[in-house]
Ligand binder design. Structure first.
Ligand SMILES: Cc1cc2nc3c(=O)[nH]c(=O)nc-3n(C[C@H](O)[C@H](O)[C@H](O)COP(=O)(O)OP(=O)(O)OC[C@H]3O[C@@H](n4cnc5c(N)ncnc54)[C@H](O)[C@@H]3O)c2cc1C
Ligand SMILES: NC(=O)c1ccc[n+]([C@@H]2O[C@H](COP(=O)([O-])OP(=O)(O)OC[C@H]3O[C@@H](n4cnc5c(N)ncnc54)[C@H](OP(=O)(O)O)[C@@H]3O)[C@@H](O)[C@H]2O)c1
Length: 659
């Protein structure tokens, strides 16, 4: 029947929606009938199964832990995704390649600072930087990632979204040759690290110093300090680790703690050495973990359990906050007692532990009150050629100055980062202007994700599970773009502002907004606290799946349902299990179509009962005369054509069809 009407026959029928309308449309013959190829709008069925993947490209900035996880999981889970990674360094590893100062270690127990798909038994409870880097390098080497995806010594210098083409245009510089090139991809992913741009302190005369000057994040590994006079500026996580490590070997140590800090107990103290100290696993402990994966997992989970409790002490006024304060106060007062000036100046009075990132450092407080250490709580006067001038104008000679003065954590990109004619540096520049989408995206910037952007869960626990979750989230979005022919996903500005409003109000009830100087607040005491408003568990739950309602989605097709295609689903052709919704049979849990034999049919089919009755001498699936090779279950003599399981006595063909 033809439908010819401009007037809808129901609320939902619209002009031209019927496939057999009387319009001059191309037709094709099917089964003796003329079937329209297009409708009156020129819409035609895409002749492909739903689930066909559009080949896409992704460019990642940086080859640290985030990207290595992305690459590994992409190889397992993604198809038709061409990945290119630009890394400015000479090797992979990011943080753990760059930070090689004495004592540099993770302060999260190593068992919890690793990918759950590559568990290793570590040498120490808190592992040192070289071992962590080796672990990441192993991931790269085992998978040949440099050869396949990573362009080393290539720095990204500019990125710009081209809305017409639906691609990011990425300008890179080869740091060896100086050659500048442009690349493009549908997705641009920032895995450039939140703690990657280290910064010198703003101290007069810094460049005048004629001795050895190093930053903790660009440290000359192994530089000899024995018997030398050393100044360590900075008392964040890096500074405290350095001081604790070198105090005993240097002749004289000068150190500045210009702002009060809480020196807290180590993370997961219950499992650490005495007094929260690091320790080397014994042979027996290592064997236990190595030989029994379930025990090792339980150990990891118990530690994580403890780490996951830490959010409670961030909440102002909570019993846990009071307990953490009391515990840290007692510990600091006890260890610094011999120096009342330090007790007075160092122990914070107007903020609780957690305001700054906790700095556990076994041995640090002891080092501060040692005979060879001088601690200044006033700012340095200036740096001189031979050393430094203290706040009273007295000059001190030193051989080495180590600046453990942290990173640029302003969230402002280091290069032009443009979309729709606007540069993120301008949008986010200026105080309190940083407004991301759930830490993973940037409003009005299409097809872009960040590993650990602002308002991410930076304050407690290991990055690794977060990296795994961010990766999964990004894959979900890219896969949807591939399947549904999406041009762009753009986080909505109104939604991002709502998230920001919620976060800013919630954060007022956390220690993160107390008046401490912290890199969470760009090194200021009244900076924008760009931290996730909740626990890690809260964040992991939120990012379990993309909230597409928060995105503006543009499709390449006029009809967004063009991806429904020819009515078949891709898994009907590609070897995946076509009954997966009932559960999968594969021993390794893979989604693959089982090779069904006939054994079960011979046992459970109704006709099998009939056959059985007719069978003589108790043969299971019908013993027969003749020649049979390869019958698996049951004796077979006779003609058997390709039946896989069971003797068939010539009654079944190779496809398991009863003839
Ligand atoms: C000293 C130190 C100790 C830490 N300890 C812990 C810990 O105990 N537990 C924990 O959870 N986290 C810790 N962190 C945080 C740590 O940074 C993360 O855990 C994790 O390593 C981040 O990995 P990433 O790949 O996201 O970034 P990164 O490791 O920072 O890697 C970023 C990469 O991007 C590259 N890059 C940046 N810009 C460009 C560009 N324009 N062009 C090309 N390449 C670029 C960099 O060269 C770098 O290789 C620590 C950080 C530091 C600095
Ligand atoms: N897992 C680990 O063990 C570990 C180790 C290192 C780093 N990290 C990560 O990296 C982050 C950054 O740590 P970080 O220690 O490198 O940097 P940070 O926490 O930002 O600390 C920088 C320190 O330098 C001081 N400083 C800066 N300029 C100074 C100046 N002109 N004079 C005197 N002091 C000055 C700061 O003092 P003010 O506070 O007064 O500004 C602060 O104490 C950590 O919070 C952590 O997330 C982790």
């Amino acid at each position: 029947m033809a439908i010819e009407s401009d007037a809808p026959t129901s609320l939902y029928a619209r002009h031209g929606d019927a496939a057999d309308a009387n319009y001059p449309i191309a037709t094709a013959e099917r089964d003796g009938q003329q079937i329209p190829k297009t409708d009156s709008h020129g819409y035609s069925i895409r002749e492909q199964p739903m689930g066909t993947l559009r080949p896409l490209r992704a460019i990642l900035m940086g080859a640290g832990a985030s990207t290595l996880n992305f690459l590994k999981k992409a190889e397992e889970q993604m198809e038709d995704l061409k990945i290119t990674v630009y890394e400015k360094n000479h090797d992979v590893g990011g943080t753990w390649l760059e930070n090689r100062y004495p004592g540099c270690a993770c302060d999260i127990p190593s068992a919890n600072y690793q990918f759950m798909w590559k568990k290793k038994v570590w040498t120490h409870f808190y592992s040192y930087s070289p071992e962590i880097w080796r672990y990441l390098k192993d991931v790269e080497e085992e998978n040949n990632f440099i050869e396949k995806y990573i362009k080393l010594r290539h720095q990204i210098e500019k990125v710009e979204w081209d809305d017409g083409a639906g691609v990011w245009r990425v300008r890179t510089k080869n740091l060896e040759t100086g050659e500048v090139k442009e690349d493009e991809a549908e997705f641009f992913i920032n895995a450039g690290g939140v703690l990657n741009e280290w910064k010198w302190p703003d101290i007069p005369g810094l460049r005048d110093f004629k001795g050895k000057l190093m930053h903790s994040a660009a440290y000359e590994e192994g530089y000899p300090l024995k018997g030398k006079k050393v100044a360590v500026i900075g008392a964040g996580s890096s500074g405290v680790q350095i001081v604790a490590k070198i105090q005993k070997e240097v002749e004289k140590l000068y150190h500045w703690v210009r702002s009060p800090i809480w020196i807290t107990a180590g993370f997961a103290q219950t499992w650490a050495g005495k007094d929260g100290a690091n320790f080397e696993y014994s042979k027996e402990q290592r064997m236990l973990m190595e030989s029994n994966p379930k025990v090792y997992l339980e150990y990891i989970k118990q530690i994580e359990n403890e780490l996951n409790q830490r959010f409670k002490f961030i909440i102002k006024g909570s019993a846990e906050a009071d307990a953490a304060r009391q515990f840290s106060y007692d510990q600091m007062e006890r260890k610094l007692r011999s120096n009342p000036r330090l007790v007075d100046k160092m122990i914070p009075k107007n903020f609780n532990p957690g305001c700054r990132r906790p700095t556990p450092a076994p041995g640090y407080l002891e080092a501060l009150v040692s005979d060879n250490t001088t601690v200044f709580t006033d700012p340095i006067g200036r740096i001189t050629e031979r050393g430094f001038m203290d706040h009273e104008g007295i000059e001190h000679d030193v051989d080495v100055i180590i600046c453990a003065t942290g990173f640029n954590t302003s969230w402002i990109p280091r290069f032009p980062f443009m979309a729709h004619g606007q540069d993120l540096r301008d949008i986010w520049g200026g105080g309190h202007n940083v407004t991301p989408y759930l830490s993973i995206g940037i409003p009005t910037f299409p097809n872009h994700f960040s590993f650990c952007g602002p308002y991410g869960p930076l304050g407690h626990g290991s990055f690794m599970p977060l990296i795994e979750r961010w990766t999964q989230y990004i894959f979900d979005v890219i896969r949807k773009a591939q399947v549904e022919n999406v041009k762009s996903f753009t986080p909505r500005l109104d939604v991002s502002l709502q998230f920001r409003r919620h976060a800013d109000l919630f954060l007022r009830r956390t220690a993160w907004t107390s008046p401490c100087r912290s890199w969470f607040k760009q090194g200021k005491s009244d900076g924008q606290a760009a931290i996730y408003p909740g626990s890690r568990l809260h964040f992991l739950e939120l990012l379990k799946a993309p909230r597409y309602e928060d995105y503006e989605i543009k499709y390449w097709d006029d009809n967004r349902f063009a991806f429904l295609g020819n009515g078949f689903e891709m898994r009907e052709f590609d070897g995946r299990d076509i009954t997966n919704y009932l559960g999968c049979l594969d021993d390794e849990g893979r989604d693959v179509q089982p090779v069904y034999g006939e054994e079960l049919m011979h046992k459970l089919a109704g006709w099998a009962l009939e056959d059985e009755k007719e069978t003589e001498n108790g043969a299971v699936y019908g013993a027969a005369d003749g020649t049979a090779n390869g019958a698996v279950n049951g004796a077979v003599n006779g003609a058997v054509n390709g039946a896989t399981n069971g003797a068939t006595n010539g009654t079944m063909n190779g496809n398991g069809v009863k003839e």
